[in-house]
Design a protein around this ligand. Structure first.
Ligand code: PMP
Length: 386
């Protein structure tokens, strides 16, 4: 079998050759002036991507889970109350992280898998007790559900509650204006719509979040997670004056600088519109093929991935058939439906031809799996949509 495949899972994704070349270069010293400039530029470019002109960016080696911990471990102390607006597996993960920090956690769950929690129920949960934080998963990768982030963040802001948005499967692909929407903690990781191989945790903290960190009564338990250790480092690199706390992932940071440069060059509104256009083409194909989506309603469908139920008679071996056709997609993840659906990532440097190639491979695999449909109907619908 050829080694050449198209990686269409919801992260890691296909990366730009220029980004990958930055990884292959000789590693610079973390104190090198050119590296310091690249790090500083990446921090500044994060403010554009997050639409957070007065935010405090952090770039720390680690995966998305570390970004989640880096966000909440600095504002939550044992005994604090936190509400989780639950849309799937990753919302539950945030709940577990908050519990490990000693928080009292209330999950507000949707009526059914694939739905989002009712806004009135979230409002009620925020009001029942002195709540410190509302956690939101922008796009839950396990369900393909995009939460109504702007509305949820407003509920928190109106009550003086901090909001934390897990944008691991959303940032740089879905619309998000951190400052305008009043979001206190926006986090992501490098390997999805940002477009850099796995290994960097990215976080943007609002002034209110930084104040909440400063007002803590207890120390952050983990030294590596403590903003107090990282703030002088981020500040130093932004001023072009490198400083050491823990060795930065120098090649990944250089690659991030390149990738963020591409994002800023495309422009966030154009980038979000492109993701919307390509996701619409996928949705047109799913409909034409008679496939049902996990998200309960159209407005809950993410633009960064599709979560699609297998039709009757097709099982998870379908993913292997698509792989044999040269396209790598993912199986299910949510424990309630793991074997019942597949996921296709559509974020980052993706173009129309990737969409068509993916749908064509999926059609061939569906046909091989015995599903009866009009071969080519999905591709035709996507072409028309594009
Ligand atoms: N949150 C979301 C929404 C995710 O999709 C993921 C990863 N799929 C994570 C958090 C955790 O990120 P990581 O696997 O990089 O630790």
């Amino acid at each position: 079998m050829t080694e050449r495949t198209l990686l269409m899972i919801p992260g890691p994704i296909e990366f730009e050759p220029e980004v990958l070349r930055a990884l292959g270069r000789q590693s610079p010293s973390h104190m090198d002036p050119d590296f310091a400039r690249a790090f500083g530029r990446a921090l500044k470019r994060m403010r554009d991507v997050f639409a957070a002109p007065s935010g405090q960016p952090f770039i720390v080696a680690g995966s998305g889970t570390l970004a989640m911990e880096l966000a909440v471990a600095n504002v939550i102390e044992a005994g604090d109350r936190a509400v989780v607006a639950s849309t799937g597996y990753f919302s539950d993960r945030m709940g577990s992280i908050l519990e490990r920090l000693g928080a009292e956690v209330e999950h507000v769950r949707p009526v059914a898998l694939g739905d989002a929690p009712d806004l009135a129920a979230v409002e009620k949960a925020l009001a029942s007790g002195k709540t410190k934080l509302l956690a939101i998963t922008h796009v839950d990768t396990s369900t393909g559900v995009r939460a109504p982030v702007q509305e949820l963040a407003k509920l928190a802001r109106d009550r003086g509650v901090l909001s934390a948005v897990d944008g691991v499967c959303a940032t740089a692909g879905e619309a998000m204006e951190q400052e305008a929407w009043g979001i206190d903690l926006a986090l992501t990781a490098s390997q999805k719509a940002i477009g850099v191989p796995p290994g960097l945790a990215l976080l943007m903290a609002s002034k209110r979040a930084i104040e909440a960190h400063r007002a803590r009564k207890t120390k952050v338990h983990s030294m590596y997670l403590d903003w107090g250790e990282w703030l002088p480092i981020m500040d130093g690199y932004e001023r072009g004056a490198p400083a050491y706390f823990a060795t930065p992932a120098v090649n990944l940071v250089a690659a991030l600088d390149v990738a963020l440069g591409h994002i800023v060059e495309e422009g966030m509104s154009a980038r979000v519109a492109r993701h919307d256009r390509l996701a619409s083409a996928f949705r047109a194909a799913w409909k034409a093929l008679g496939l049902r989506l996990l998200p309960a309603r159209a407005e809950l469908c993410a633009n960064t991935l599709s979560a699609v139920y297998y039709p009757a008679g097709v099982d998870a071996s379908f993913v292997g058939r698509v792989r044999a056709a040269g396209i790598v997609i993912a199986g299910g993840l949510h424990p309630d439906a793991k074997t019942k659906y597949f996921r296709v990532g559509h974020m980052g440097v993706l173009g129309a031809s990737d969409v068509i190639a993916t749908i064509a491979a999926i059609e061939r695999a569906l046909a091989k799996s015995g599903y009866k449909f009009d071969l080519g109907a999905g591709v035709a619908a996507a072409q028309k949509s594009l």
